[in-house]
Design a protein around this ligand. Sequence first.
Ligand code: HEM
Ligand code: CA
Ligand code: CA
Length: 428
Amino acid sequence: MIRNEVTKKLHLSTWPYDDATVSISGNKIGAPKKQKSSSTVNVYAKGSSNISISVSNDDMLMFLSIEDDENQNEQSRGSLEYDFYRDSCPQGEKIIRDTVRQLYKTGPELAPALLRLVFHDCFIEGCDGSVLLDPAEGVDAEKESPPNETLKGFDIIDLIKSEVEEVCPGVVSCSDVLVLAAREAVILAGGPFYPLYTGRRDSNTSYRDIATYELPSPHADLSETLASFASRGFNERETVTLLGAHSVGVVHCQFFENRLYNFGGTNEPDPSLNPKLLDEMRSRCKRSHTPTSSAPLCCFDGSPSSSALAPTFDGSPSPTSSATKAVLPTFEDSSSSLSEVPGMDMAYEGPGSDFGTPYYHSLLQGKGILFADQQLTAGEETGIWVRAYASDTLLFRRDFALAMMKLSNLQVLTAPMGQVRRSCSKVA
Ligand code: HEM
Ligand SMILES: [Ca+2]
Ligand SMILES: [Ca+2]
């Protein structure tokens, strides 16, 4: 028999379940104690050909198998470290976790907001907090890019960051706060836990134009979506996985209105849209009347100067950005006013269902809300993964955890590059 040597690292400081226990070969070794300055516990099981590690919780098992996949982690994490702040701010990760959990109690919509926010940050020049910056001298803020106009959660990040600043001023980067807060949001939304490395630093600027051109469009067909994710190193399977994030949150009418009434100039709805869902969506999103009054609610193509150049968030005549702003309130204005803008609940099939699986189920029924969502069923390989995730929750949770780790490690800045901002919306 081949002798196996197995080393398992359990990352306890970020492990959300206090009651996890670990067994090796059937012998319970209990929940390893947290060490004082280190939260990594190595579980050694040497020289046995019969090692099995079981834990009291499915996600923990999945997490152990992720740890087996060292190559993937090694490649993408660059010079990030596990528990980077263990000496400089040992309470940091816990403060972030507790604050997100606290805020979630009164505002559960923060979970989808943070998940989308981390995607929009990491996709544009990496996970560097560039999306968080306000416009200023020399800063063309991504916030002002049309695809980011309905982005929410900036105030949540500010709140979390100020809690962290109270204890460890100037230590924990905004980009780390964002990935850690989003990880917590995924768990709260019913998604899987995934381990994260830290030590990201914040950008010195923001990339409005890049965001305008490079954030994927809700109107994109499959090949465009795949190309966009491939340019960030995601294969077809991972792209299908990440879109599973669309099982939570809301989509405003402007992003799918073209599918309901006049798809591609045909004056007919999108034929790939399930007729029942079409009725439902039409009842929530009335047809826009005149281009002038409807334009601000219609499409993402907000900036007048960019419309000719930006094929991404296309659709209809571009409104002026000031008009757009007047109609689409930002999160800061008031979350309640944003929720009054009509739209569809991503989880329209009913709350309380699993994270992920119902999304793929609905795609199989032609019930994707965005054209880009529904397109996942149009490809041979993507279709395979849609069907796989629709029926296999555990497979999805594992893949989603891995894909979120990869997303969270995109193109990170580490010392001596970048900076640690004290206020996430301002360059230090
Ligand atoms: C082809 C790729 C994608 C496109 C075209 C896209 C587009 C959109 C659009 C148009 C919305 C609605 C925004 C609104 O109405 O305010 C939305 C919401 C959302 N997106 Fe995506 N998205 C994509 C991929 C992703 C990925 C990879 C993630 C995360 C991993 C993500 C997470 C979310 C979440 C959580 C929401 C709900 C936000 C909320 O309710 O606050 N999206 N997306
Ligand atoms: Ca960024
Ligand atoms: Ca970068």
